[in-house]
Design a binder for this molecule. Structure first.
Ligand code: AMP
Length: 281
C-alpha cells in the first residue's frame, strides 16, 4: 500500500494509473476502521482494478464541536488493517490540504427536502459539510466507482445528489451494513461505549427489527410508539425513529402495502450518538 499525504502527489500517481486503463475505486472514511469499512474495500476490489481509501476527519461536517474532538483515532491500526486487506492507496491529508483556502466561505449545495429531515434536521449543516469534503475528495481522486455504506442511508442519497449536481462521472455503490453478532451496526463510535452502554446499544437494532416484523397496512403511529419504548427502556435518548419512503425519504405515517419503506433511527447512549436503518421490504 502506498500512503499519500499531498494532493499533488496523489494526482500525479493516479493519472499514471488511469493511463494504464485501471478502473479506480474510492472508499472515503474518517478512520477508526472496522469490518464495515473493510467490506467497502472488498466491494471496490471486486469491481475495480485499483482501490483508494481516504482517512480524513472532516471538521466541516461536525455540527457539535465536542463530537469532533472526541471522534476516535486509531491511525496506526488503520494503516495495518488496510494493508492486510490489500488496499492499493491510502490518502491521509491534513485539513490544510483539503481546505487550502481555509474553511470559511465554503460553497453551499441545494439539497432541498433531503436536508430538512432526519439527520438534516437534527444535525444542521452536517450534509453541507459532507458535500464540501466529498466534492473535494472526488475532484482529487476522480474515481470511476465510489463505495459508501447503507449504514449512512441519508448520506448515500446526499452524495448521489452531489454527483448529479456536480456532473461527475462516478458510479455510486451502496454497500450493505456490517453488523456485530448481536445485530449492532458496526461504527467507529461504538468504541466510545462503556460495557453497559454497549449492551443497551443493541436496542437500536431490536427496535428496527421490531418495526420490520410488525409493519402492516394502515397507520404507523402506534407501531412507532412501541419502537420508541424499546429504545427508551434501554436508556436511549431519542433524536428520531421514523419510517420513510426508501427512494425519496418522505416520512410516512401510514403504509399502503405497496411502497418500499425504510426505518431510520438516531439516538444517544449518554454522549454517544448512534444511527442505524433497515429496509422494511
Ligand atoms: P465513516 O468512517 O463512519 O465516515 O464511514 C465511512 C464509510 O463507511 C461510509 O460510507 C459509511 O457508510 C461506511 N460504513 C460505516 N459503518 C459501516 C458498516 N457498519 N457497514 C458498512 N459500511 C459502513
Amino acid at each position: 500500500m502506498i500512503l499519500f499525504k499531498k494532493t499533488s502527489d496523489l494526482n500525479r500517481f493516479l493519472l499514471q494509473k488511469k493511463q494504464e486503463r485501471l478502473a479506480i475505486g474510492f472508499v472515503p472514511t474518517m478512520g477508526a476502521l472496522h469490518e464495515g469499512h473493510i467490506s467497502l474495500i472488498k466491494a471496490s476490489k471486486e469491481v475495480t482494478g485499483f482501490t483508494v481509501c481516504s482517512i480524513f476527519v472532516n471538521p466541516t461536517q461536525f455540527n457539535d464541536p465536542k463530537d469532533f474532538e472526541k471522534y476516535p483515532s486509531t491511525i496506526e491500526k488503520d494503516i495495518l488493517f488496510l494493508e492486510r486487506n490489500n488496499t492499493d492507496v491510502l490518502f491521509l491529508p491534513s485539513v490544510d490540504e483539503v481546505y487550502p483556502d481555509g474553511s470559511k466561505n465554503l460553497e453551499h449545495y441545494d439539497l432541498g427536502y433531503l436536508e430538512t429531515i432526519l439527520e438534516g434536521k437534527y444535525r444542521p449543516g452536517h450534509f453541507q459539510g459532507v458535500c464540501q469534503v466529498m466534492q473535494r475528495l472526488l475532484k482529487i481522486v476522480r474515481p470511476h466507482h465510489l463505495f459508501m455504506g447503507q449504514k449512512d442511508y441519508q448520506q448515500c442519497m446526499v452524495v448521489k445528489k452531489l454527483i448529479e449536481l456536480t456532473k461527475l462521472e462516478t458510479a455510486f455503490h451502496t454497500c450493505p451494513t456490517t453488523r456485530e453478532s448481536d445485530g449492532l451496526a458496526m461504527s467507529s463510535r461504538n468504541m466510545r461505549l462503556n460495557e453497559a452502554e454497549r449492551k443497551n446499544a443493541v436496542a437500536i437494532y431490536d427496535a428496527l427489527t421490531y418495526l420490520k416484523k410488525n409493519i402492516s397496512i394502515g397507520n404507523l403511529d402506534n407501531l412507532l410508539e412501541d419502537a420508541k419504548k424499546i429504545l427508551q427502556k434501554n436508556n436511549f435518548r431519542l433524536d428520531y425513529i421514523e419510517i420513510a419512503d426508501a427512494k425519496t425519504l418522505e416520512i410516512k405515517h401510514s403504509y399502503n402495502g405497496k411502497e418500499q419503506l425504510v426505518a431510520l433511527a438516531a439516538a444517544f447512549q449518554d454522549q454517544v450518538r448512534l444511527i442505524d436503518n433497515m429496509m422494511m421490504e
